[in-house]
Write a protein that binds this ligand. Structure first.
Ligand code: MN
Length: 218
């Protein structure tokens, strides 16, 4: 049985940047729906190896493609996305994360530009991520690598990657630090088709660098 985690803030806490109405649908209908779907699949016997407790991570990395994977990944991605934002978000990263960003991208502004380009250009439904590459993985492990430039992200380097639909970086071995949901349901009620305005708002007012720094420190 997979539980729907509580939001890390009130449903109206990100307003006016993301409205309470968007959160009510996005968390209360979409995220909750993936949990209900997955639990029904598990109750029907899918994804079970009979080895006790089921974790989302095990279902994501071990179930291949299909309904179990899609619902498990969407649950994981949304929980990670809520935590990638904060009512006190925005600003600039600090500490070790800031140094790693400077090393991998040149500057925080350059990272913001790369995230913006990747999220804007992520065709259809998907996710845009800041990740730390798996050590020993000089080319990254696929996932469509939307990073425009960035000077070759080798093992341990940071990179911007896009994924399609429910896909997330866990099967590649990369460590997610931050994500932006670019499915239309994330922004359409507030921004209609203006995905770039949603992305700009995310980076200016919502991005939770403390969460990214904690993931980086891992
Ligand atoms: Mn979503």
């Amino acid at each position: 049985m997979i539980e729907l985690p509580p939001l890390p803030y009130a449903q109206d806490a990100l307003a006016p940047h993301i409205s309470e109405r968007t959160m009510a649908f996005h968390y209360g209908k979409h995220h909750a729906g993936y949990v209900a779907n997955l639990n029904k699949l598990l109750a029907d016997g899918a994804g079970s190896d009979g080895a006790g407790e089921t974790t989302l991570e095990a279902l994501i990395t071990g179930s291949g493609q299909g309904a179990v994977y899609n619902n498990a990944a969407q649950i994981w991605n949304h929980t990670f996305y809520w935590r990638s934002m904060s009512p006190d978000g925005g600003g600039d990263p600090s500490g070790g994360l800031a140094a790693a960003i400077a090393s991998s991208f040149g500057s925080v502004d350059a990272l913001r530009a790369e995230l913006t380009a990747a999220a804007t250009g992520n065709f259809g439904s998907g996710w845009t991520w800041l990740v730390r590459r798996a050590v020993g993985d000089a080319e990254g492990a696929g996932n469509g690598g939307a990073g425009a430039g960035g000077g070759g992200a080798g093992g341990g380097e940071l990179a911007v990657v896009n994924t399609d639909d429910a896909d997330n970086p866990l099967p590649s071995g990369d460590t997610p630090l931050l994500t932006i949901d670019v499915w239309e349901h994330a922004y359409y009620l507030d921004y209609q088709n203006a995905r770039p305005a949603y992305i700009a708002t995310f980076l200016e007012h919502l991005v939770n660098w403390d969460f990214a720094a904690a993931n980086y420190a891992g």
